[in-house]
Ligand binder design. Structure first.
Ligand SMILES: *Cc1c(COP(=O)(O)O)cnc(C)c1O
Length: 362
């Protein structure tokens, strides 16, 4: 049984000059490379038709299950070019494992983790010319995803599943220097409930977060902070695309415990690095009133959000129905910026990879 993703090179790549123009200012998620990786699953054949071929639109029957019942999951990771020209992934095994857990929750077939890694690596190799240079925090963003493509309107796990990986060059997240954002504490919307899909990386979680995002903009904030109301205390969850971390005056790095939140690779890595910054990593529940009190009396000194896209985003203020407060003096925290730099140094090969997190592709 061959596990190779055979390469069928496109005969119609983006012209070199156009690619260079795109790579000079790629933005995020706007431009795509020449190829995609793909595989198909059916109950009879299992995973088959593994390949890397020209990026083309799908042809889907209007009854395709994903369009009606949202049986879909995805991942997000980046390929980084180091100064010596080599290309690396950051902890892709973590993404592969999480993809398995998401598949199980959405009743999708499990893609062997080896296939996940091979598909991502072969796509990066096919589209090597699309991995930006190491200057100014550019990268190639990789988006593996899986969805129910079976044409059938009944409600049951689909029996035809499409898996793909696409790639999109990404510019620096904070082009004009790292700035802090404010979070809107939503009291109208939650992102997950007990027994729901909060821990899975699925499109449905994002669809249900958009109304809260609109609410946050209307209130002059940049992103949402979701609370877990199931316990009645209003525990902090996450921002919906990023995990939340607090730094305390007692030298702790506190982050909400796993459960209904997404198990972020950035979150996990920061917990592992905390000791190097003199911080004790703590995973526990944190209530909104604890955050408000801690911000007011100075025991919570810094807050930041963590995710692959921005690495670390300083959070300098919060706003909710009838209240608002700032963290520290309202500027990005010192530890926040130091941890961010260190993560980037590891990812771009400027700091020693003592944890063995980097995986070389080219
Ligand atoms: C992907 C994601 C994150 C961040 O996870 P990373 O693995 O660090 O990129 C946080 N929250 C949600 C809901 C996500 O989908």
């Amino acid at each position: 049984m061959s596990r190779a993703f055979s390469l069928f090179r496109t005969t119609d790549p983006v012209p070199e000059e156009e690619r260079r123009t795109i790579l000079a200012a790629p933005g995020f998620g706007k431009f795509f490379t020449d190829h995609m990786a793909s595989a198909t699953w059916t109950p009879a054949e299992g995973w088959h038709d593994r390949k890397v071929s020209a990026l083309v639109p799908y042809s889907l029957h209007p009854s395709a299950a994903v369009l009606h019942y949202a049986q879909e999951i995805f991942e997000g990771l980046k390929a980084y070019r180091h100064a010596d020209g080599s290309v690396w992934l950051f902890r892709p095994e973590f993404n592969a494992r999480r993809f398995t857990r998401s598949a199980e929750r959405l009743a999708l077939p499990v893609l062997p983790e080896e296939d996940f890694l091979t598909s991502v690596e072969e796509l990066v190799r096919a589209d090597e010319a699309w991995v930006p240079g190491s200057a100014d925090e550019k990268s190639l963003y990789l988006r593996p995803f899986m969805f129910a493509s079976e044409a059938f309107l009944g409600v049951r796990p689909a029996e035809r599943i499409a898996y793909s990986v696409i790639a999109s060059p990404a510019g620096p997240y904070f082009a004009g220097g790292v700035t802090g954002i404010t979070l809107w504490v939503s009291s109208n919307y939650t992102r997950a409930g007990r027994g729901g899909t909060g821990a899975a990386k699925c499109g449905g979680n994002y669809a249900s977060s958009l109304a809260a995002q609109i609410e946050s903009r209307k209130n002059g904030c940049d992103q949402v902070l979701f609370l877990d109301d199931t316990g009645g205390e209003g525990d902090l969850e996450e921002s919906g695309t990023m995990n939340l971390c607090l730094v305390t005056s007692a030298g702790e790095l506190v982050t909400p415990a796993l459960g209904n939140i997404l198990d972020g690779v950035t979150r996990d890595s920061i917990l592992a690095l905390a000791g190097e910054f003199g911080l004790t990593p703590v995973q526990r529940s944190i209530t909104l009133s604890e955050l408000r009190t801690g911000a007011a009396d100075g025991t919570i000194t810094e807050v930041f959000a963590a995710g692959t896209a921005a690495v670390i985003t300083p959070i300098v203020g919060f706003k909710g129905e009838g209240y608002e407060f700032t963290i520290g003096n309202g500027a990005p925290g010192k530890q926040t910026l130091a941890i961010r730099e260190h993560m980037l140094d590891i990812q771009y090969g400027r700091a020693e990879d003592v944890h063995g997190w980097m995986r070389r592709v080219l």
